[in-house]
Design a protein around this ligand. Structure first.
Ligand code: NAD
Ligand code: UGA
Length: 459
């Protein structure tokens, strides 16, 4: 049977738009998928062998579908595809507003609004417009009011289909999602979109709700995940002063089926483009409805995360700072800059706060990461006092202190017996991910400080 949706356009070729559309195109060779973006450089990269997003498995999926039923085009070329589309996904960035009402908390919907204007200007006949971007609850009202400016005979349905993929596991998450959520107002467009996902997602995992519940569920899912990280990180500090071990505590509480074992890894803090922005959005929405206790509750998740990053940076500084607190003349190796392993994404990475705090005290940093480019490091923390090292060894050479900030698997396999001689005498390795080989470090005569491990008197 011919699918109800034959031609799809996705506006926004970022970390979500690119991989999501590639997986849809891969599973639905009969559906024509066009991804458009106003960033010409990004589009050129999607059309090259050097994709703009690093995700395990992504290159294979793109290479199967690109040139068959998947194409990446610029904004101008995209207009004709929007005109012909049955469904248009909006998958653009929704960052925290930096100016105007709600600055610092509310989501900035200007990119979404500009997509809605573009769709209104070019769509023909009936089009299903799908919010893939993470939106504040009731944002669809704003999209609807812009679409209402389209010419006569042009009609729309709006769906909310938020994305739950995590970076580093995007392809796996898209292939085998816990659930696909479709919120809408009428059953027909919901069914049309559900039909696409059901090609590879079991029917019981394709959920449908009202529009507002779908929009809100996405924010709440991220808030609950971030809250777990802040919860375990708060306990990591308690472990350090009481002699308990956060990994033992996490493993014990995780066996309670009501709590579950996932998302209980203590860390230097959560990062990524979404947790903080979505928490702030939830906080702003709650405030704007006068629910101050609700907003204060979620604000604490953000505050605890900030505190954890600063606490970690201060622990790195403590054993090597002068009495006046200066780190001038001290070289610190930063192992890992991405906000988590298996991604090149540095948006809101905890490394930014840790590095800036150390730089502010005069330290020199030698930063290594397996996928982050020197340009990305420079754009976040500048180049003053910052050296980007090509290998972990180059970062470690002559270091007074070491900070492991990303859980790249290769850092777990570092040969500390060989590396020990490269570090300055007395250098402490601060493991912000509890990933390094602690026994090997101790055997090599080095000092280790792990997150949430009590009884660490060596610093
Ligand atoms: P991104 O910044 O990587 O990509 C967004 C793209 O949209 C950019 O390439 C930008 O040039 C393009 N764009 C902006 N305005 C445009 C316009 N008017 N016309 C054409 N292109 C335009 O963002 P992302 O990480 O893909 O996130 C997109 C949305 O998905 C956000 O709302 C985010 O909260 C949500 N989300 C992200 C993730 C993630 O892991 N990154 C996961 C789930 C949900
Ligand atoms: C997160 C959610 O997991 C996705 O479901 C969601 O779609 C996405 O946000 C989004 O909306 O953008 P992501 O940020 O890519 O995905 O990665 P996570 O695996 O959630 O990690 C977020 C941060 O928390 C990372 O810095 C990670 O290192 C940290 N984290 C995670 C911990 O410190 N401890 C944990 O136990 C888990």
């Amino acid at each position: 049977m011919k699918p109800l949706v034959n031609k799809i356009v996705c506006i926004g070729a970022g970390y979500v738009g690119g991989p999501t559309m590639a997986v849809i195109a891969d599973h639905c060779p009969d559906i024509d998928v066009t991804v458009l973006d106003l960033n010409a450089e990004r589009i050129a990269a999607w059309n090259s062998e050097d994709l703009p997003v690093y995700e395990p498995g992504l290159a294979e999926v793109v290479s199967r579908a690109r040139g068959r039923n998947l194409r990446f085009v610029g904004q101008a070329e995209g207009a004709a595809y929007v005109a012909a589309a049955d469904a248009v996904f909006i998958s653009v960035n929704t960052p925290t507003k930096t100016e105007g009402e709600g600055a610092g908390k509310a989501s900035d919907l200007r990119y979404v609004e500009s997509c809605a204007r573009f769709i209104a200007a070019h769509a023909t006949g009936h089009t299903i417009v799908i919010e893939k971007s993470t939106m504040p609850v009731r944002a669809a009202d704003c999209v609807k009011s812009i679409l209402a400016s389209a010419g006569p005979g042009v009609t729309f349905d709006i769906l909310s289909n938020p994305e739950f993929l995590a970076e580093g596991t995007a392809i796996r998450d898209l292939e085998q999602p816990d659930r696909v959520l479709i919120g809408g107002e009428r059953p027909e467009p919901i069914a049309a979109l559900a039909e696409i996902y059901r090609r590879w997602v079991p029917a019981e995992r394709v959920l449908s709700t009202g529009l507002w519940s779908a929009e809100l569920s996405k924010l709440v899912a991220n808030a609950f995940l971030a809250q777990r990280v802040s919860s375990i990180n708060s306990i990591s500090a308690l472990c350090e002063v009481t002699g308990a071990d956060i990994e033992e505590v996490a493993s014990v509480i995780g066996t309670d089926s009501r709590i579950g074992p996932k998302f209980l890894r203590a860390s230097v803090g959560f990062g990524g483009s979404c947790f903080q922005k979505d928490l702030l959005s939830l906080i702003y929405i709650s405030e704007s409805y006068g629910l101050t206790e609700v907003s204060a509750y979620w604000q604490q998740v953000v505050d605890l995360n900030q505190w954890q990053k600063h606490r970690f940076a201060d622990q790195i500084a403590a054993p090597i700072a002068t009495d006046a607190g200066s780190l001038r003349g001290r070289r610190i190796a930063i192992l890992g800059f991405a906000f988590k392993k298996d991604t090149n994404d540095v948006r809101e990475t905890p490394a930014i706060d840790v590095c800036r705090r150390l730089l502010a005290r005069g330290a020199t940093l030698a930063v290594h990461d397996y996928k982050v480019t020197p340009d990305s490091v420079a754009s976040e923390i500048g180049t003053q006092g910052v050296e980007v090292a090509a290998t972990p060894e180059a970062a470690l050479a002559g270091a007074d202190g070491v900070a492991v900030l990303t859980e790249w698997s290769a850092y777990a396999k570092l040969d500390w017996a060989r590396l020990a001689g490269m570090l300055k005498a007395g250098a402490v390795i601060h493991d912000g991910r509890n990933i390094v080989d602690a026994a090997a470090i101790r055997r090599a005569g080095l000092n280790l400080r792990s997150i949430g491990k009590g009884g660490q008197s060596n610093t």
